[in-house]
Ligand binder design. Structure first.
Ligand code: OKP
Ligand code: ZN
Length: 344
């Protein structure tokens, strides 16, 4: 299986994040995550590692608003040029607009508040380069499956599924899976299945009114879990996208059998849609004991999830999203991916 990976992610290395309650903790979405996955995959005979190709900005601008991409590109340098009476590390605003405030301020901190949904996506010197490389990993994997590969894995960091048309948040800046899916949709219908523990609000936002891409997310109920404001079962798409978004909010403590029941429902929807390509947003924070998760999915459960998705027999791009139990992350990804090897 072709695996796309770029070392550029390591330039994005925030030192802390702010948890609910105002506590500063070491940034969970760390470069070390990638070392764990690489270590597990490099031991597999069926894995072939590649650097991504550069697809330029067009496929990114087919998903994200140009003013948002410009902000991501320029923000850190602008931040460094500002005079502040406190030490400057990451660009991270502390002021956010209430509902209904749609004004886009000229000031950098105003724009930062406008484009950020939370305190989990600070912008550093290497953030934009890392985000671009991750998007290129996803696009390279997409190209591989249009070329006849049964599956490809995009080992993306930073992750993407919380990034919407014009927002970062939740460790995400560019929506890697959505960018790849939109690119694939020029050749055939596409389905995105998001199995990250958290609702894929960014992917939902991007495709909510679009007809070419079916989007499905299985996740912890936003009624008790981040991202709180999106991912409810009654959100099903609008306009051209009417009926083409599905959320499966699940309770805390969901185990393998509870999860697989929801997954089977999701897979039936994908089968009925008859896509030409499948994109999987693969967050491993559904694993039991994940520091950000409250599901009870076992390693065997992850293997079974992979087996059932592979059973759709669609050319499949698997895209790395979350997963914060670093010691288990590599083996969890290997358990998911092993179902997709081979040429059938
Ligand atoms: C990103 B992905 C903890 C706050 C957590 C951000 C979570 C981002 C998850 N109380 N804030 O979906 O794995
Ligand atoms: Zn997650």
């Amino acid at each position: 299986m072709r695996v796309y990976y770029s070392d550029l992610h390591s330039q994005h290395n925030p030192s802390f994040e702010v948890f609910d309650g105002g506590v500063q903790v070491p940034y969970l979405e760390s470069p070390g995550r990638m070392q764990q996955v690489l270590a597990a995959l490099q031991g597999q005979a069926w894995v072939n590692l590649f650097d991504p190709d550069d697809f330029g900005l067009d496929p990114i601008l087919a998903v994200h608003r140009p003013d948002y991409v410009e902000f991501l590109c320029d923000a850190f340098e602008e931040w460094m040029q500002q005079t502040t009476n406190y030490p400057k590390q990451a660009l991270l605003p502390a002021t956010f607009p209430p509902r209904g405030w749609s004004r886009r301020p000229k000031t950098l901190l105003g724009r930062a508040g406008y484009y950020m949904m939370d305190l989990s996506a600070p912008i550093l010197a290497g953030t934009y380069a890392a985000a671009l490389a991750a998007a290129n990993c996803a696009l390279s994997g997409a190209k591989a499956i249009t070329g006849g590969e049964r599956a490809a894995f995009a080992l993306c960091r930073p992750p993407g599924h919380h990034a919407g048309k014009a927002n970062c948040g939740g460790y995400c800046y560019l929506n890697n899976a959505a960018i790849a899916a939109q690119w694939l949709s020029e050749s055939a219908k596409v389905a995105i299945l998001d199995i990250d523990y958290h609702a894929g609000n960014g992917t939902q936002d991007i495709f909510y009114e679009r007809g070419e891409v079916l989007t499905i997310s299985i996740h912890a109920d936003p009624d008790f879990e981040y991202p709180y404001f999106s991912g409810y079962a009654d959100e099903t798409g609008k306009g051209d996208g009417s009926g083409l978004h599905h959320n499966f909010p699940l309770p805390a403590g969901t185990n393998d059998s509870g999860y697989l029941t929801a997954l089977d429902e999701a897979l039936a929807l994908i089968q009925a849609f008859q896509p030409g390509f499948l994109v999987v947003s693969a967050g491993m924070d559904l694993y039991v004991g994940d520091p950000l998760g409250r599901f009870q999915i076992s390693r065997q459960g992850i293997q079974a999830i992979g087996a059932r998705i592979a059973g759709l027999r669609q050319p499949t791009l698997i895209v790395m999203e979350g997963g914060y139990d670093n010691t288990a992350l590599g083996e969890n990804i290997a358990a998911l991916l092993e179902n997709f090897r081979g040429s059938d």
